[in-house]
Design a protein around this ligand. Sequence first.
Ligand code: ADP
Ligand code: MG
Length: 360
Amino acid sequence: MVEVRLENLKKYFDGGKVKAVDGVNLTIKDGEFLVLLGPSGCGKTTTLRMIAGLEEPTEGRIWFGDREVTYLPPKDRNISMVFQSYAVWPHMTVYENIAFPLQIRKFPRDEIDKRVRWAAELLQIEGLLDRYPAQLSGGQRQRVAVARAIVVEPDVLLMDEPLSNLDAKLRVAMRAEIKKLQTRLKVTTIYVTHDQVEAMTMGDRIAVMNAGKVLQVGPPTEVYLKPNSVFVATFIGAPEMNILEVSVADGYLEGRGFRIELPDDIMEILRPYIGKGVLFGIRPEHMTVEGVSEMSHMRRTVRLRGRVDFVEALGTDTILHVKLGDELIKVKLPGHVPLEVGKEVTLLLDIDMIHVFDKS
Ligand code: ADP
Ligand code: MG
């Protein structure tokens, strides 16, 4: 087990035209489960490949504890990697697949046997050891890939969207299993995904990436409650946070055809912005509709008149699209909501859950 430190890590491709990773500073604690979260193309895989030693950085350094590994070949790093494409070898049995990394490392035969059975048991595939990958389901193959990764007891476990080829139900189940396995093994883990739900449910901390840079690092609830930018705010949470252009006045926010009254304490914080345009953010789950759904945890609410524009009934929840002046805002309510398009409603906004971002 080891702490991983990335120091101003950069990877440019095509003579500098593609800045895949653009100055990442990040410390992953010993035994931590860190999720690298970001949209496709933001540099997650490239970052992971540099940590694995599969890609040489353009600039910057990588440390495993006190040991600099920036230019070490993968075999000298004691890491394991699990890919999206399970990459189990079709011509080998499950047993041989899991044993393979131990054979390369020249473990004695009885130690190999012990470890293969240990890993297979952890992944609940003891009964499949004699099968070939073609005789396995996608989920079972992914278990083999994970077993093969942990069998060497790596210092660092790297996972690149390992669940994205599984169907939705299996993905949810494996999510919990991988998390439990990691908690048990306490292996420093860096897990790449573009799925914010995976990030929220699995990570001890989440590092949100965009365009080659890490924008924010923190525990899931912190990133959810205190996003430091519109990008992070809208990337975490679904449906995404409402972002509206407003200007700050003395006592209220003025939007296009609506006004949000502010309590004195919040107004004090926003006082320096009076006369300026800002971006106002509120999550769909931090509002409700008067007379329809009350939220007991709402401490202070502000009322806003609107009109129902569209209703998405999801069964467990209902997403209302509400016309607010010239804007549309999404409101998430639990369960079925007996409201129809065109209905006038009063929204109750949890005023302590609002966000204000600089326009830029
Ligand atoms: P992610 O895993 O977040 O989807 P990647 O790390 O795969 O992103 O890619 C980041 C950026 O670097 C993308 O614009 C991608 O096209 C580019 N890229 C990745 N690998 C190479 C390469 N070998 N040559 C040129 N460009 C690359
Ligand atoms: Mg990728």
